[in-house]
Design a protein around this ligand. Structure first.
Ligand code: ACM
Ligand code: ZN
Length: 716
């Protein structure tokens, strides 16, 4: 009896089509019709030969969702058909028609079949059921941009093949079609090159003893990843950095750099100035060999050659580089990098490939065929497009998903040298710079999100189990959905509020897939002493407290309007329908905003963690808070404990350097009374991407029971 009731309820669930379609990215044209298509044990997938890999994918999804095999045949009630005459749909468009009689998916190319399948899958009810009810609809759709990319930095933190395949699944679900693999950097060489085995033997690992870590992809792994991606309409574009970000290669083969000096693999993040020597013939023999093996593995039209952040100190002191510069009549080292870029472009052009590089290559002198990927310099986008160069937009403030989504308490942080990249920042921008002619606008090929992992080297919480992969999912979702819509949906059809409404359903899809994602906070509205809140995920609830304590999954549910006497004590979280996943906390009164006149919170000190009558060094991560050269004030505010805090000295360090960039040595204290508790530090060695640490020598005057917060403010 109970079983029958359960089955009946499962059936009811399965036969409920979604209230709204909530498609992400939003298709160009959707016309809803009446009726539903019921996908059940009688359903057969009809496929032509070209669509067969797509049909196999569909059948795999259905196995997971219905628990049942779905047959593939030449004809079926779900029909997948490539029809080359549908040219108006471009390279990746499709038409999808769902009616009570069947499902018809047509596209001019295989890419469109894949894109249409992803849309079809989003029409299914969420959850698992043996019978799926799909609403009748007619969709005609194609992407705005051809380049819809994500970069994954597997160099700074090695993700194994299985994680890359999982990453490809997430990308495919969002119709993203380029995986840019950052395979090489100072901190790791991840690609097996048969002719140079030390690249991975030495360059693929770092650290000693139990701290040793690393890995690389064998050529067989790469072939598997490339094929897996291709079946999902994703091209893997490899990045082979040059001339900088190559210490892993130099550690393996010191003759690649100017000095020939031996290096250990770095275990901290920094950008080495040991570039590939531009003047030695051995560098060129090496690059040709590596590019030969690389091109045999990756069929992509573009090969990313890096080109960012080259510091020319070693080139300036190298007789070979200087000789080459003079021989070529070049003005400076930038021009030498430009020459190197064009030489590499020529090598690759012979193999029918094109180059793509970070925005710096534009300023070094490039041919108009080189792709430009603006990251730090938004002006490079317009300049490149005007020069006729293809442009792939990866601007830091919209596309760097290793930046946190917020400054909230508990937020997972990666890089921090720019403001957080909120979901809104990832969504609300137009990749086409203003002022371009229609012809120049066509040079904007698309957009790309970037997931760097350089900060993983310094964040033990990211390295611990369940491993970096889960953190990458969290950084990626939901911002990849915003990116997907920027890339796919015409600008005039995009709206952030409409997107967030559709995301309510998308989060349930993420849960079903078992992906880790950042669940947004409830949307809280205050009207006098009345508070209401909207839950951002379908089927979820808002949980709250009014006594200033942090809410949990078992806190009371906020339904309708709530009267609160002290809004400062009201806190709320989103609780997912699974009853487990929660958001960060909505709260108003925090020490951070209570003391905001002293700047942004740098950190806190806790009872027992400061010196007992004698100063001890305590460190605070100031990356992102030190945001340029200038004068900074660091203020210590006591908040509780038996002891006041005494401060002897405050220093600022860059990266792992042992000499401080700035120091303020004076005695101050903060407690019931305070004196000289503000420290002033003048920074003149700021570097993009560098880490900054504030070290304070602090102690309780009669013990170590002291608590408080440290704030930082740029004052000049
Ligand atoms: C970069 O973030 N250095 C491209
Ligand atoms: Zn040199």
């Amino acid at each position: 009896m109970l079983l029958i009731a359960l089955m009946a309820s499962a059936l009811t669930l399965a036969t409920q089509p979604p209230a709204t379609l909530s498609l992400i990215p939003k298709p160009v044209s959707v016309t809803q019709a009446s009726g539903v298509f019921v996908l059940d044990e009688r359903t057969v997938i009809g496929t032509d030969a070209t669509s067969r890999p797509a049909a196999a994918l569909l059948s795999g999804w259905l196995k997971v969702t219905t628990g049942r095999e779905t047959k593939l045949a030449g004809k079926g009630s779900i029909s997948l058909k490539v029809n080359p005459s549908l040219t108006k749909l471009g390279n990746e468009g499709y038409t999808l028609e769902v009616s009570p009689k069947g499902v018809s998916l047509s596209a001019p190319k295989y890419a469109g079949i894949i894109n249409g399948l992803q849309t079809f899958r989003q029409l299914w009810p969420t959850g698992h059921a043996s019978k799926l009810t799909v609403p009748a609809v007619k969709i005609e759709d194609q992407p705005t941009f051809a380049w819809r990319g994500m970069m994954l930095d597997v160099s700074r933190y090695f993700m194994d093949k299985d994680y890359v395949l999982h990453f490809l699944d997430i990308m495919a679900a969002h119709k993203l079609n380029v995986l840019h693999l950052h395979l090489i950097d100072d901190q790791g060489w991840r690609l097996e090159i048969k002719k140079y085995p030390k690249l991975t033997e030495i360059g693929g690992f770092r650290g000693e003893g139990t701290a040793r870590e690393g890995g690389f992809y064998t050529q067989a792994d790469i072939k598997e990843m490339v094929a897996y991606a291709a079946a999902r309409n994703i091209t893997i574009v490899p990045e082979i950095e040059l001339p900088a970000h190559t210490l892993s290669a130099v550690a393996a083969y010191p003759w690649l750099a100017c000095t020939g000096k031996e290096h250990k693999m770095p275990t901290v993040h920094f950008i080495s100035d040991d570039l590939y020597c531009a003047g030695k013939p051995t560098t060129w023999a090496f690059l040709k060999d590596v590019l030969e093996e690389l091109c045999a593995l990756f069929p992509s039209q573009y090969i990313h050659i890096g080109g960012d952040e080259a510091k020319y100190t070693k080139w300036k002191a190298c007789t070979d580089c200087q000789k080459k510069k003079a021989e070529l009549g070049l003005a400076d080292e930038k021009a030498l990098q430009g020459w190197m870029t064009r030489e590499v472009e020529a090598i690759l052009a012979k193999k029918g490939r094109r180059i793509l590089g970070w925005d710096e290559i534009l300023r070094c002198g490039v041919s108009p065929t080189a792709g430009i990927m603006p990251w730090a310099d938004p002006k490079a986008a317009g300049d490149a497009a005007r020069s006729g160069n293809p442009v792939m937009m990866a601007l830091t403030d919209h596309c760097y998903f290793d930046f946190p989504e917020s400054k909230l308490r508990g937020e997972l942080t990666g890089a921090g040298w720019r403001p957080p990249v909120t979901l809104q920042a990832a969504y609300n921008w137009n990749p086409v710079p203003v002022g371009l002619t229609p012809v120049q606008q066509k040079n904007i090929l698309g957009v790309q999100g970037c997931l760097w992992t350089d900060m993983f080297l310094h964040k033990p919480e990211i390295k611990k189990t369940p491993g970096p992969a889960l953190y990458c999912d969290y950084f990626l979702l939901p911002r990849a959905a915003a990116l997907a819509e920027v890339a796919w949906t015409p600008q005039a059809q995009r709206s952030f509020s409409d997107f967030t409404e559709r995301m309510a359903h998308q989060y349930v899809r993420y849960s079903d897939a078992g992906w880790n994602f950042r669940l947004p906070l409830p949307e809280v509205t205050r009207n006098g002493d009345t508070v209401t809140a909207t839950c951002p995920i379908e089927g979820g609830t808002v949980r709250y407290t009014t006594d200033g304590t942090d809410p949990t999954a078992s806190s009371p549910e906020l339904k309708g309007a709530l009267t609160v006497t002290r809004f400062e004590d009201f806190k709320a979280i989103t609780l997912a329908p699974d009853g487990k996943r929660t958001s960060l906390i909505f709260e108003t009164l925090t020490p951070t905003n209570q003391y905001k006149q002293f700047g942004t919170k740098l950190g806190e000190w806790k009872s027992g963690k400061v010196g007992d009558r004698k100063p001890i060094p305590v460190e605070f991560d100031a990356t992102g808070l030190i945001s340029g050269n200038g004068t900074y004030q660091i203020t210590f505010i006591y908040t509780g404990g038996r002891e006041r805090l005494d401060i002897d000295n405050v220093e600022v360090f860059r990266n792992a350097e042992s000499t401080p960039l700035a120091t303020d040595t004076h005695h101050g204290f903060t407690g019931g009374a305070k004196k000289d508790n503000v420290y002033t530090l003048k920074i003149s060695g700021y570097e993009t991407g560098a880490r900054f640490t504030v070290r304070a020598h602090i102690y309780g005057d009669e013990g170590s029971d002291s608590n408080g917060i440290v704030l930082i403010k740029k004052v000049g």
